[in-house]
Ligand binder design. Structure first.
Ligand code: P6P
Length: 339
């Protein structure tokens, strides 16, 4: 075999198997089979997103989702595809989606359905009509075989218990970024072979960045510490003022923060006193990736991953980014960042 590594051969499937051999030689391949279900679903979703203007699922679905928000046709499509591709893996017990009020039971017996997958099928989809990047966000847990728990109680695990988390960003290219707790790795879909290939091994968030990302139209309703921090970002010390970047699509805004550093914030606002973003399928997976890449993620009080959930769709304030900006934020909160 030639010594030259062909990048197209370093596929996501190969990466998972190599990680499994390194870290879980006893594994039977169940987990990689589960991940392949997510990959298949996201390839299908990505194709639909890419041709949305030509597709019959474009535009509003004419219905509202469980949160009373306008549901896009492609939201329904993405949710159905993920439910099907994960439902037939033979090892998933529960599926919990942003689009479903309650978790869906796939396999009742925890010995068979050992995994729980929590996902936002198409985060930011309201931006699709103006061709803005969107993403699928996923989070994987093991089922705790505690008898007597309701399905929702089984799903309500703290983010620190995730065995994997990631997102697929549908943008100028389609990227899969994931972690199983051993670093963060990025794969780009090579459309010529229809496969995700490793393009960003061992992703690290810079110690500091030069951008902040927040919807400043809500600033009057931010907590005082957040307004003071925002003022510092704009004036900075030694006039190192930051630049504002806000796409309004969490996966895209976080992906930039992961690559370039800085900070993303969705603080408490007058409309959303607990923040707008959801803990289970936005805060927790993003927080795992941030910490695995060397960054930090808090709700303004403590670590996102340590929050004990109380409801599947509970909201959470989210501050996530580089060490420097996150420590500076918490200096304004006048309490040390406990992580
Ligand atoms: P706002 C998209 O609707 C979303 O859920 C996230 O992807 C994004 O970060 C946030 O809401 C944007 O919210 O209030 O700034 O439009």
């Amino acid at each position: 075999m030639t010594s030259r590594q062909h990048h197209r051969c370093q596929t996501f499937a190969r990466h998972i198997l190599e990680q499994q051999q390194d870290w879980h030689p006893e594994a039977r391949g169940n987990f990689s089979w589960l991940l392949s279900g997510i990959v298949l679903a996201c390839k299908i979703i990505g194709e639909e997103v890419r041709r949305l203007g030509l597709s019959e699922v474009r535009g509003a679905a004419g219905d509202e989702n469980v949160h009373g928000e306008q549901q896009q046709g492609v939201d329904v499509f993405a949710n159905e595809v993920l439910m099907e591709c994960l439902g037939n893996r033979g090892n998933v017990g529960l599926l919990a989606s942003e689009e479903n009020e309650e978790p869906v039971v796939v396999l009742e017996c925890p010995d068979e359905g050992e995994y729980i997958v929590v996902f936002d099928p198409l985060d930011g989809s309201s931006n699709l009509d103006v061709n803005v990047s969107v993403g699928t966000i996923f989070s994987i847990y093991r089922r705790t075989a505690q008898n007597g728990l309701s399905t929702e109680q089984e799903v309500l695990q703290p983010g620190r218990d995730q065995i994997a988390a990631g997102y697929v960003l549908y943008s100028s290219s389609t990227m899969l970024v994931y972690s199983t707790g051993r670093g963060v790795h990025g794969f780009t879909l090579d459309p010529t072979i229809g496969t995700f290939v490793l393009t960003h091994p061992d992703m690290r968030m810079p110690e500091r960045g030069w951008t902040y990302s927040v919807n400043e139209s809500y600033a009057d309703g931010f907590p005082p510490y957040c307004r003071r921090f925002l003022h510092w970002l704009k004036s900075g010390e030694d006039n190192t003022a930051y630049r504002s970047r806000y796409i309004g699509s969490l996966v895209a805004d976080f992906h930039r923060t992961l690559l370039l550093g800085g900070i993303f914030m969705y603080p408490p606002t007058s409309t959303f006193p607990e923040g707008k973003l959801r803990l289970a399928y936005e805060g927790n997976p993003i927080a795992l990736l941030a910490e695995q890449a060397g960054g930090l993620a808090t709700d303004g009080r403590g670590r996102i991953l340590d929050i004990e959930p109380t409801a599947l769709h509970q909201r959470v304030p989210l501050f996530v980014g580089s060490q420097l900006e996150m420590q500076k934020l918490h200096a304004f909160i006048e309490q040390p960042l406990k992580v």
